[in-house]
Every structure is written in structure tokens, then in C-alpha cells.
Design a binder for this molecule. Structure first.
Ligand code: HEM
Length: 161
């Protein structure tokens, strides 16, 4: 356990690379299923549900990083959080594009009607809009998925000194 507390930067880099490849697997699987004609009788529904599920998984994993880091003292976990957050965004963009492109053929009016009519899509749409600024580069005046708690922590540290 102690070894895990003090991972070297190189080891964290390798872990990050492995995680990157693993996080791409659901996407690669979808593409493979498309080529192998294994998306079922309703491919749009299959892709929408699959990408929706993976968005939710990645959001949960990203949000679990900080509590896990506090519980275990594995501070290097913070270096994985932005990448995980960006994968949440990657899958929600695929999810949204499936809906907007394949389901509505870029018909904005029809999409809005659907967003307003079905409450679970309304909630999904609001969540998507809220995620957009979080996926941007961490910069002045903007808090990203990564910077929120780390900047809050450094502020706390500064005020204690
Ligand atoms: C953070 C944002 C979002 C999350 C976490 C999310 C998650 C999910 C999940 C878990 C499902 C159910 C998958 C299943 O049945 O296994 C789903 C379905 C769906 N989502 Fe989202 N979603 C999000 C945003 C959106 C957006 C922006 C839209 C479109 C504007 C959208 C449209 C849909 C539709 C149409 C389905 C239904 C697919 C079907 O059952 O036919 N979602 N979403």
C-alpha cells in the first residue's frame, strides 16, 4: 500500500497511458460492432444507450477520484482526473451527436421539441451544457474539472500560512 502512495512520475505516466487505451475501448468496440453488423435491430438506440451508459460511468469515476485520493492518500490520482473528465465529455458528445445526427438529422427545431417533451432528455441536455465549460482548458476565471478542488486546496494552504 505504501508503494502506491509514492508512485514515481514515470509510473503515473505509464498508468495514464494504460488508462487512456482502456477508456477508448468502449468506442473501439462500438466501431467494431458497426463493421461486424452487431448493433442489433435498432443501431441508433444501441449507440445512444451505450454512449449514455459510458458517459455516466466516466462521470462517476471522475467524481470518485477526489474522495478516493483523500481516503487513500494517493495524491497522484489527481493527475488522472482531467483525462477521465475529458473522456466523460468525449462520450457525451458521441451520445449527443447520435441523437442530433442519426435521430434528428441535424433538425434543430425537431431536436428542441424532443428535448422539451421528454424530461430525461431535458435533464441530459442541461447536464451536457453544464459539462461544456468544464471540459475547456483550465484558465483565468474558469474552473475546470481538474482545477476546482486543486485551486481550492492551494488557496486553503496559502491562507493557513
Ligand atoms: C451528462 C449528460 C448525459 C448523461 C449522463 C446521459 C446518460 C444517459 C443514460 C445512462 C441513458 C440510458 C442508457 C440505457 O438505457 O442503458 C441515456 C439515454 C438517452 N439519452 Fe442521455 N445522457 C446525457 C445527455 C444527453 C443529451 C444531451 C441528450 C440529447 C439531447 C440525450 C439523449 C438521450 C436519449 C434520446 C436517450 C434514450 C435512448 C433510448 O432509450 O432510446 N442524453 N442517457
Amino acid at each position: 500500500m505504501n508503494a502506491l502512495r509514492n508512485l514515481k512520475p514515470r509510473q503515473v505516466g505509464i498508468l495514464k497511458g494504460v488508462l487512456f487505451v482502456l477508456a477508448l475501448l468502449p468506442f473501439v468496440r462500438l466501431i467494431a460492432f458497426g463493421f461486424l453488423d452487431r448493433l442489433g435491430a435498432n443501431p441508433i438506440e444501441f449507440i445512444t444507450r451505450n454512449t449514455g451508459d459510458w458517459t455516466l460511468y466516466f462521470l462517476c469515476i471522475t467524481l470518485a477520484v477526489t474522495p478516493l485520493r483523500r481516503l487513500t492518500g494517493w495524491n497522484w490520482l489527481i493527475r488522472l482526473r482531467r483525462m477521465l473528465g475529458l473522456f466523460s465529455f468525449f462520450y457525451v458528445v458521441l451520445h449527443f451527436m447520435t441523437f442530433f445526427w442519426f435521430d434528428h438529422f441535424f433538425d434543430v427545431e425537431e431536436m428542441w421539441r424532443d428535448v422539451i417533451k421528454r424530461p430525461f432528455i431535458t435533464v441530459g441536455f442541461i447536464a451536457f451544457v453544464l459539462l461544456i465549460p468544464l471540459a475547456g482548458p483550465p484558465g483565468a476565471g474558469r474552473q475546470s474539472l481538474l482545477t476546482c478542488s486543486s485551486s481550492a486546496q492551494s488557496n486553503r494552504r496559502t491562507s493557513v500560512r
